[in-house]
Design a protein around this ligand. Structure first.
Ligand code: FAD
Length: 462
């Protein structure tokens, strides 16, 4: 059987970037068709209820700044009032070091008194004030995060704080990422202020002034009572029912008119779509696969962007079964500690209603660029690894009464050295009538990816 459809823009991929593109175009009065191969919208963002637990299969929360464009859209779909800020406890973050949990110092007094760093390491951090920007860097080099932090703040700061933080955000290692692309704010602070510390102080003062005058929510970590899935439901509801279709784009070609002839597969059914323009809102790997046949040059650049694989375990357990547990956001693990997991989010401490009364919900991340095999290990082996680590870190005493696994073979785009050049090349090679969006273009976070989706939609309005 075959069906034929027409639209002005075909958006391929129903993750947050594709939804943003589709909403913007829909608002502009365009006839949009959003095609998503999975049986649900949201892509990496998916909330699932299971046995009284509310599980986030991808992001647990999103960082919002007062001026993020997503705020306007949350208002548009009636969600601004429903935003939940992460609990005050979530300010407590821990790193596992020398067999113990240490609170991450978040203020000058706590940095001066923390036993996490030696006196020598603290003095080395203070010397940052006096290190000239870019000192000792070859002209035009794309410095790694590891090199940058070692150069400015020293080995101890890198190993005990930045390395675990990079694991938590990118499932990666500081020596594998470009500081300019992965943490543009850090290189900007250095360039504009001559010192990261000086820059951070100025930034915090200016943000306080700015947030007093802006209408968005104050900066911080947010979700909703029903998890981030609530946002996906509201965004999907903004589009008309006929605007999306559950199918996979399997082939396309350009017609002599310049329009796209696209072939979608919905189980056995073949759907043909004639579209004037197309947005690819997928992972770089999927965009590469889609463009391979007609535009091999751009496809090879897209496919060269590495993606970290991640496995997630959800553990529900009595609070009493975790004697070493400290309330907070969670725990991260420096590479030097050689633990087998990347980090733990204490989900039930972040937002209410994540676990039944008296229970704790832990979300454990493993795998990543340094341990890809763990991400793909057998379920039984993975469970054994996770429970072993929880025993070591929190003193887990009982077998948990809830355990579930989620895997992402291509979870997080890696902004490795050369990323900015790759993006430049992608932009210059993007064929006419096509726009690309996704978490490899302007930041991997939910709100940055949303902005990238808006940009892609806007670029096709011109
Ligand atoms: C485990 C995990 C934890 C994260 N944690 C956080 C966090 O705490 N905070 C934060 O801000 N960000 C976090 N992120 C990052 C953020 O969630 C993602 O960067 C963002 O959601 C990606 O959105 P996207 O639209 O670019 O891609 P995706 O969400 O991957 O969506 C792309 C969609 O395209 C579809 N697709 C691909 N090919 C085709 C085709 N041929 N036809 C039809 N459909 C197709 C796919 O099925 C997919 O649904 C996390 C990501 C992961 C994976």
């Amino acid at each position: 059987m075959s069906t034929e459809l027409n639209c002005e823009v075909l958006v391929v991929g129903g993750g947050i970037s594709g939804l943003a593109s589709a909403m913007l175009l829909h608002q502009a009065g365009k006839k949009v068709l959003l095609v998503e191969s999975r049986g649900y919208l949201g892509g990496a963002i998916r909330t699932v209820e299971d046995s009284g637990y509310l599980l986030e299969m991808g992001p647990n929360s999103m960082m919002l700044g007062s001026d993020d464009p997503i705020n306007g859209w949350l208002r548009e779909v009636g969600l601004s009032e429903k935003l939940l800020k992460a609990s005050p406890d979530s300010r407590n973050r821990y790193v596992w070091c020398r067999g113990k949990l240490f609170a991450v110092p978040l203020s000058l007094p706590s940095f001066l008194t923390t036993p996490l760093f030696s006196f020598r390491e603290k003095v080395r951090v203070a010397q940052e004030f006096f290190i000239p920007p870019g000192s000792g860097l070859p002209e035009g080099s794309d410095e790694t995060v590891g090199h940058f932090v070692r150069r400015r703040l020293g080995d101890g700061f890198l190993e005990k704080l930045i390395d675990p933080f990079v694991k938590g955000v990118y499932a990666s290692h500081p020596d594998l990422l470009s500081v300019e692309s992965a943490f543009p704010l850090l290189s900007k602070l250095e360039k504009e202020n001559g010192s990261l510390i000086r820059g951070a102080i100025r930034l915090s003062r200016s943000q306080k002034r700015k947030s007093a005058t802006l209408s968005g929510p104050p900066g911080g970590l947010y979700s909703f009572a029903g998890g981030l899935g609530e946002m996906i439901r509201a965004f999907s509801g903004y589009l008309k029912d006929e605007s999306f279709i559950h199918a996979e784009l399997v082939d396309w070609r350009r017609l002599s008119s310049g329009d796209f002839h696209c072939v979608l597969l919905q189980e056995e059914e073949r759907i043909e779509v004639i579209s004037k323009k197309m947005i690819l809102a997928t992972s770089p790997a999927d965009a590469g696969r889609i463009l391979e046949k007609n535009h091999p040059e751009i496809a090879s650049v897209l496919s060269s962007i590495p993606m970290a694989p991640v496995a997630i375990a959800y553990v529900g357990v009595d609070r009493e079964a975790l004697p070493g547990y400290l309330p907070g956001f969670g725990v991260l693990f420096p590479t030097s500690e050689k633990r087998r997991i990347l980090g733990v989010i204490q989900s039930s401490d972040l937002f209410p209603n994540r676990a039944p009364a008296g229970k704790v919900l832990l979300t454990i991340f493993a795998g990543g660029m340094l341990s890809p095999k763990i991400a793909m290990s057998f379920d039984e082996d993975f469970e054994e690894i996770v429970l072993g680590e929880l025993k070591a870190v929190f003193g887990l005493k009982l077998k948990p009464d809830f355990f579930r696994i989620q895997r992402w073979a291509e979870a997080i785009s890696q902004y490795s050295p050369g990323h900015a050049l790759r993006v430049e090349k992608i932009r210059s090679l993007t064929p006419e009538g096509i726009a690309l969006t996704g978490n490899y273009l302007g930041g991997i976070s939910v709100s940055k990816t949303f902005t990238s989706g808006l940009d892609a939609g806007r670029s096709l309005l011109i």
